[in-house]
Structure formats: structure tokens, C-alpha cells
Design a protein. Structure first.
Length: 399
């Protein structure tokens, strides 16, 4: 309270008659916590000028600035409430079962990213403040109030347009990764990462009963999921391009795109199309690095990679590699595009162990998540190089 500073890690706050956690002024951090079944607001942030300490409204500690991460918040009148003048940033949290999931009063600053607000009794979000910033969240069933307007689940696009918030957020039912609060679905592409919102690690509190989320009986069991599949119909996991050299001979950035295209596909309607303009006057061969997103769903090391690749008969060299969370590369097989049409490319890491560069730093093991899948392509200069890929599958090691 007042001008205090505090840090809490791994705490359990439950069954209080009033609020669960109440920060009144000061600067606070809360992570890896469980807050549930308290009588009023599970987490409340209020400003406090602390005039008896000589404080003023402009004092940095007056707003009750609070950062909350990887926390599960369940039940009560509200999951989180920020009053006028308060400041609250939440990231990778799960909020559920409250009357209102998140309430931001007029003049409050609520920053909510990468979190899940689900199964509340009235609204998942009630935001009266234009100062709020929200994105990469999942709402279910998705009843949202922004300023003076209320949007039912089927008007999520209208809510996005009216608020300018939640540009990559989704309305989708959370699917648990096992029995806890980490999710297997939905997944969201945000800041070069493909990940499920909500907690990124399970709570491991050394006291009290274990905390499990009651799974939807109709949801698929993903606790032992061993394969990640990408069909390129709505999500493009291969979308990041790093050419070497970065610029054309005229000093301009190399024109290169990797986007979903309906020009060719193995299954479904779309595949990823890599298109690069390679002007003459540069190196005889360019190095085009096609990176996947940071795949947070790779919770275990990869044992096999397979995908469909459309050859053009040009003989262009392509090399496959993986890169783990520490930036360590694991080099796989290289091959030439000496065929035309679609062909499946398979890398079984047991049959063809990855090569780790002798000068590389690392432990020689895939430290995941996340993981990146990379194609290193060396097309000849002059003209336009085009490559299509589809149906990427990553088979994970057994748990």
C-alpha cells in the first residue's frame, strides 16, 4: 500500500472474505501465483497519493503500478479490477469463472497481453477506459464491453473495429495441454511467435491441494500430443526471410516475401509461396534463410521433420536445420531441387543425426520451447526465384 514496493512469486491467495490481492499505490510484481475464490475482486489495483508521506498525484508510485505474469485467477466478483488512475499489466495469465473477467474503470490503464479470459458469468471483459491496451488474448465465449457498447461473441470483429484493440486476439474455447492451465489451443501468431495464450508454465506450489482445470469432455486429449501439423490454410509458420547479403547492389533491401498462396497446394487450398527477386551484380548465389515462427508448441525435442516441397528442376541447394531456444543450430540434410512438382522431404533425426558446428556454443541438445525450423536456400543470382512448401509436420520425442 501507499509507496511500498513488493515482489511475490509462487503465492496462493484464496477464500478471503473481501479482495484476494489488493494493491493500493506503490509498485508491485506478482508471478506464478494462484488467486481464487475470494469474496470480492480476486486482484484489485487502486492508486494512492499517500499525502501523509508527502506524496502528490504525480508521484511515480501513486498509481499502484502492478505487473502480473503466469498467474491463474479464478472466481469472485471480478478476476481483476483496475480503478481510475491505477496501472496494471498482465501477461500470460488465465482468468476464469468470475462475474466479470477483467474490469478497467474509466481512466485506468490496463495492459492485457497473451492471456485467457474464459467462462465468466456475465462478461469476459468490461473496459470503460480508452487507455487500455489489449492483444494476443483468447476470450470464451467472448462477451465484451468497450466504453459504452457491449458486443456478443458473434460481433468480435465489430468490437475490434470499434476499440482498435485485440488485433490478433481470438474468440475460441481453451483446450488444455494436459490437466493444468497451459493450453494447446487456440494458437496465436504474435511478435514472430506462434503460441497458445495463457500461462507458459504450470503452477508448482509446494502447499495446498493441486490446482487443475476441469477439462471440456468434448475437447481432444492433447496431453500426450506427439505431432505438430501445419496445413497452411490459415496460419503461415514459415514467414520470416533473412537474405544474405541483406541488400541488392543498388543498396535497397532485397524484395522477398513468404505468404500464403492458392497458386499451388498439396492438400487444402493454400501453401506458402517464397518469392525473391535476385538482381544481377551481386554474388553468384544468394543465401535465403526462410525461418519459421518461434514455435512455442514444441514442448519436447523434435525427432522427425517432414513437409512437401515443390521442386522446379533448377538444382538449387536447400539445407534444413533447427534452432532451439538458446539459438543453437542443429544442421540437417541438404539436397538439390533436381525434380519438378511436389515431393515429400523427410528428416529422421535418429537415422541422420544433426550436425552441430564445431565452433558453436551450446550443449548439443534441443532446448525447447520454442523451436525454429529453417530452410537455407542458395538460388543463383539473376531473375526471380519462387518456391512452394506445404503440410509441415514436426514429430516430437516421447514424453
Amino acid at each position: 500500500m501507499n509507496h511500498s514496493r513488493s515482489t511475490y512469486v509462487g503465492v496462493r491467495v484464496e477464500a478471503n472474505g473481501a479482495h484476494g490481492v489488493h494493491f493500493n499505490g506503490g509498485v508491485h510484481s506478482l508471478s506464478d501465483a494462484l488467486i481464487r475464490d475470494n469474496g470480492l475482486d480476486q486482484l484489485r489495483v487502486d492508486p494512492d497519493r499517500a499525502t501523509h508521506l508527502g506524496g502528490t498525484p504525480e508521484h511515480p508510485f501513486a498509481a499502484g503500478t502492478t505487473y502480473v505474469r503466469n498467474t491463474v485467477i479464478l472466481g469472485g466478483r471480478s478476476g481483476v479490477t483496475v480503478s481510475r488512475g491505477g496501472q496494471l499489466a498482465l501477461r500470460h495469465c488465465f482468468i476464469g469463472g468470475a462475474e466479470v473477467g477483467a474490469l478497467a474503470e474509466a481512466g485506468a490503464a490496463l495492459h492485457l497481453y497473451g492471456s485467457v479470459l474464459a467462462d465468466c458469468r456475465q462478461l469476459e471483459l468490461h473496459c470503460e477506459s480508452a487507455l487500455a491496451r489489449l492483444d494476443a488474448n483468447a476470450y470464451w465465449p467472448g462477451r465484451l464491453r468497450w466504453l459504452e457498447a457491449t458486443f456478443p461473441p458473434d460481433q468480435f470483429a465489430a468490437y475490434q473495429e470499434a476499440s482498435g484493440q485485440d488485433r490478433v486476439s481470438v474468440v475460441a474455447a481453451p483446450v488444455s495441454l494436459g490437466r493444468g492451465f497451459r493450453l494447446a489451443a487456440p494458437t496465436i501468431t504474435w511478435q514472430d511467435r506462434l503460441a497458445a495464450p495463457g500461462p507458459q508454465s504450470e503452477l508448482d506450489l509446494p502447499f495446498g491441494e493441486p490446482v487443475w482445470r476441469t477439462p471440456d469432455p468434448a475437447a481432444p486429449d492433447t496431453s500426450q500430443a506427439g505431432t505438430l501439423r501445419f496445413d497452411f490454410e490459415s496460419v503461415n509458420p514459415w514467414s520470416r526471410i533473412y537474405p544474405v547479403p541483406e541488400k541488392a547492389p543498388d543498396g535497397q533491401p532485397l524484395a522477398a516475401t513468404a505468404t500464403l498462396s492458392d497458386e499451388r497446394a498439396v492438400s487444402g487450398r493454400q501453401a506458402v509461396k517464397l518469392a525473391v527477386d535476385l538482381p544481377a551484380g551481386g554474388p553468384p548465389n544468394w543465401l535465403i534463410k526462410l525461418f519459421s515462427m518461434h514455435l512455442e508448441a514444441c514442448s519436447r525435442p523434435v525427432r522427425m521433420v517432414r513437409f512437401q516441397l515443390h521442386g522446379d528442376g533448377s538444382g538449387t541447394r536447400v539445407a534444413l536445420r533447427l534452432r532451439d531456444a538458446d539459438g543453437e543450430s542443429f544442421n540437417g540434410p541438404a539436397f538439390s531441387l533436381d525434380w519438378q512438382g511436389w515431393r515429400q522431404v523427410t528428416w529422421d533425426l535418429a537415422e541422420t543425426p544433426p550436425r552441430v558446428p564445431p565452433t558453436a556454443r551450446g550443449n548439443g541438445r534441443q532446448d525447447v520451447p520454442p523451436l525454429e525450423v529453417i530452410l537455407d536456400i542458395t538460388p543463383a543470382a539473376g531473375g526471380r526465384f519462387v518456391l512452394y512448401a506445404d503440410d509441415l509436420e514436426l514429430l516430437l520425442e516421447e514424453p
